[in-house]
Design a protein around this ligand. Structure first.
Ligand code: CIZ
Length: 330
């Protein structure tokens, strides 16, 4: 008989310090290393052996000598690590940690759109943000992250048209900074799509001298009023380079503030509010629900059980070459 919600046994409370001790023991037992994205909670970033954006972590995954990688991030990141290091065991603490951008671009739809464009005479090069599935990557010519996008787009011959997938805001921003015309896929990130311009301006007004940091996945209206635009690694380097204590308004996933505080504790960081609901309350919906699936308990459990594991899929073969040349070479 199914359990009624009220009949469920209460969750056992575990002392986080005991969980961390067990994680350390299991890491030694299984020769494991923990990679943690800047968008995971602070306690996950703190136990990670390496933290970073998807570019840095994908590279770290190929360089670490360990047999097992626990990838605290989302599915496409762990998948990319497996594709670039097929000989390693890659664990993702929660297989449901997906990505709204990756979901917005199914491979069959992309393949059909590419056929349609080619049929109309467009000579396209498809550039995909790394926030895509391996099946989509295998249909693309280049994979970019917020950290290497400009550099890679500059390599696309000028006589080619660029189809950029799946983030329309990042694509539009890159088109502006590189001067390359692009055909944009209409995807967007659920976290960055939702900042409220009105509330951002209000916070800015009540914090004179504050500096707005924005991720290029934000819509144009947010980028237009921002002082520094960049991927997480660029923003982190920026705050670390500012000596004078400053108030930064942060228009990206709020867990990033933990990474900022570690390199530049002299500053004050304020989250940019999300859009206002009809009752006048401002949502706190900028937290990525997928990244939040990474918890200490799940990291411990995946090391105990050695699953969920990202296992090799036949279609990974098609994504390997493009990932290698985009992420590891050049
Ligand atoms: O590339 C990444 O890791 C993401 C998702 C954002 C960023 O700018 O680092």
């Amino acid at each position: 008989m199914p359990l009624n919600v009220l009949d469920r046994p209460p969750e056992v409370h575990e002392d986080p310090l005991d969980v961390i001790d067990e994680i350390e023991r299991l890491k030694r037992e299984h020769d494991a290393v923990i990679l943690g994205h800047y968008y995971t909670d602070g306690d996950i970033q703190d136990i990670a052996d390496f933290t970073g954006d998807s570019l840095k972590l994908a590279r770290d995954a190929t360089r670490v000598p360990n047999k097992t990688i626990v990838f605290c991030g989302v599915h496409f990141m762990a998948e990319s690590a497996k594709i670039l290091s097929p000989e390693k065991r890659v664990l993702l603490p929660d297989l449901l940690a997906g990505c709204s951008l990756a979901e917005s671009c199914p491979p069959e739809k992309l393949a059909a759109f590419q056929r349609e464009l080619r049929g109309q005479g467009h000579d396209i090069v498809t550039v995909a943000y790394i926030n895509t599935s391996a099946a989509v990557k295998s249909l693309c010519d280049w994979i970019v992250t917020s950290g290497n996008a400009r550099e890679i787009i500059d390599r696309v011959p000028a006589d080619k048209e660029i189809l950029f997938v799946p983030d329309q805001h990042l694509g539009r921003y890159l088109s502006e900074v590189t001067g390359r015309k692009m055909i944009l896929w209409p995807g967007s990130c659920m976290v960055h799509d939702i900042f409220s311009l009105q509330d951002l301006l209000r916070v800015k007004r009540s914090n004179p001298g504050s500096v707005i940091l924005a991720h290029p996945e934000c819509p144009r209206n947010i980028l237009e009023v921002s002082d520094v635009i960049g991927g997480t690694e660029k923003l982190r380097k920026h705050v670390a380079g500012v000596v004078t204590p400053t108030t930064f308004l942060v228009a990206t996933e709020p867990a990033m503030i933990h990474a900022f505080q570690k390199v530049a504790p002299q500053h004050t960081y304020l989250m940019v509010p999300g859009i206002m609901a009809s009752d006048g309350t401002t949502c706190a919906c900028n937290r990525c629900p997928h990244m939040a699936r990474n918890t200490l308990g799940k990291v411990r459990d995946c090391l105990r059980e050695l699953r969920p594991e990202i296992t090799w899929q036949p279609y990974y073969d098609g994504a390997r070459a493009v990932l290698q040349r985009s992420i590891l070479e050049g």
